[in-house]
Design a protein around this ligand. Structure first.
Ligand SMILES: Cc1ncc(C[n+]2csc(CCOP(=O)(O)OP(=O)(O)O)c2C)c(N)n1
Length: 319
C-alpha cells in the first residue's frame, strides 16, 4: 500500500478538524438545551475514524456506537442533515427520531450509531455476510469500545466471521474506560487483541496516530476485500471528556484527565504536517475557519428546521 500523498494528508487533517470542531459545537448546543437526550463525544479519538474510513467507499458499511459522530463524519455524512437529526428535526436523516445515538445514513453505508453496547457488531457482521452472499467486493467495519468486548454479541460475531471468512474489520477504540469503570475492573486481560486468539483471527494493535491507523486499517481492509477474512484492530486511545457530556469525571481525577488531554492525536498530526512542510500555519488557520463556517451553517440550518408533528409519531413503526 502506498503512503498517502499531500492531498490525502490534508484531507485527513481536515476531516479530523471537522470531527473535533463539530463535537465542540455539539457540546455547546447540548449544554444550552438545544439538543435533548444524551450526548457522547469522541474528542481525542478522531484519528481512528479518519484513518479507517479513508479506505472505504460509499458502498462499504460501517456500524458504530453511542460515540459515533466521528465515524459518520469521516464516512462522509452531510453535516447539515446530520445536525438536523441531532436537533431532533424532521429534515434529519432519520426524521429526527434517532438523534445522536442512532444516527444513520444509508447513502454513505452508515448503518448507524447504537445505544446498545456491542449492538453494531452483529449488524456489521450481517452486512459482511450479505456482501459475501451477493458476491460483491464490499467490506464492513464495526467499531466499538473495549467495554463492548465483554458482550456475548462480540464473541458470537467474531466466531462467525472467522469461520465464514467474512469481509469485515473489527475496530476496538480502546480508551480505557467503560462509562465510569476502568478497564482493569471489567477485563482480565490488558490487550483487546488477545481476544482474537480464540477465533484464530489476525489482530493488530496501533497507537492513536492517524497514519499508523491508516496503514494498519488499509492492510486489514485489503485482506477482507480479497476474501481472506476478518481482522481485529485495536487502537489505544484516550477519552478526554466524561462518558457523556455533563459527566464531571470525579471518579477519574484531574491529573488523569489532563494526562489524556496531553495526548492529542489532532495536534500531533498538525505538528507532523508543519514539520514536513505539508502545511503552513496560515493553511491550518484557513482550514479551521472553513470547517467552522461549515459547522455554523449546519447549526443554523438545523435551528431553522421543524420538529416532527405529534401526529407523525407512529409513522415508520412496525406494529
Ligand atoms: C448492552 C448494554 N449494556 C450496558 C449499557 C450501558 N452503557 C452505555 S455505554 C457503556 C460503556 C461502554 O464502554 P465502551 O464499550 O468501552 O465504549 P466507550 O464509551 O468507551 O466509547 C455502558 C456500560 C448499554 N447501553 N448497553
Amino acid at each position: 500500500m502506498s503512503k498517502p500523498g499531500r492531498k490525502k494528508l490534508i484531507e485527513f487533517y481536515t476531516r479530523m478538524v471537522r470531527i473535533r470542531k463539530t463535537e465542540e459545537k455539539l457540546m455547546e448546543v447540548f449544554s444550552n438545551g438545544e439538543i435533548l437526550g444524551f450526548l457522547h463525544v469522541s474528542i481525542g479519538q478522531e484519528a481512528a475514524p479518519v484513518g479507517i474510513c479513508a479506505h472505504l467507499s460509499d458502498l462499504d458499511y460501517i456500524a458504530t456506537t453511542h460515540r459515533g459522530h466521528g465515524h459518520a463524519i469521516a464516512k462522509g455524512i452531510d453535516l447539515k442533515y446530520a445536525m438536523a437529526e441531532l436537533f431532533g428535526k424532521k429534515e434529519g436523516f432519520c426524521m429526527g427520531r434517532s438523534g445522536s445515538m442512532h444516527l444513520a445514513d444509508k447513502k454513505h453505508g452508515i448503518m448507524g450509531a447504537n445505544g446498545i453496547v456491542g449492538g453494531g457488531i452483529p449488524i456489521a457482521t450481517g452486512a459482511a455476510f450479505a456482501a459475501r452472499y451477493k458476491k460483491t467486493d464490499q467490506v464492513a467495519v464495526a467499531t466499538f469500545g473495549e467495554g463492548a468486548t465483554g458482550e456475548g454479541a462480540f464473541h458470537e460475531a467474531l466466531n462467525f466471521a472467522a469461520i465464514k471468512k467474512l469481509p469485515i474489520v473489527y475496530v476496538c477504540e480502546n480508551n480505557g474506560w467503560a462509562e465510569f469503570s476502568p478497564q482493569s475492573i471489567h477485563m482480565p486481560i490488558k490487550d483487546v487483541i488477545s481476544r482474537a486468539t480464540a477465533y484464530n483471527m489476525p489482530a493488530v494493535q496501533v497507537s492513536n496516530d492517524v497514519l499508523e491507523i491508516y496503514e494498519a486499517a488499509g492492510k486489514a481492509i485489503d485482506h477482507a476485500r480479497a476474501g481472506k477474512g476478518p481482522t481485529l484492530l485495536e487502537v489505544k486511545c484516550d477519552r478526554w471528556h466524561g462518558h457523556y457530556v455533563g459527566d464531571a469525571q470525579k471518579y477519574r481525577g484531574k491529573d488523569a484527565v489532563e494526562k489524556a488531554m496531553g495526548k492529542d492525536c489532532l495536534l500531533n498530526f498538525e505538528v507532523t504536517l508543519l514539520t514536513d512542510k505539508v502545511l503552513q500555519k496560515k493553511d491550518i488557520e484557513k482550514i479551521g475557519a472553513q470547517v467552522q463556517a461549515e459547522i455554523d451553517e449546519a447549526v443554523d440550518f438545523a435551528r431553522e428546521c421543524s420538529f416532527p408533528d405529534p401526529s407523525e409519531m407512529m409513522d415508520g413503526l412496525y406494529i
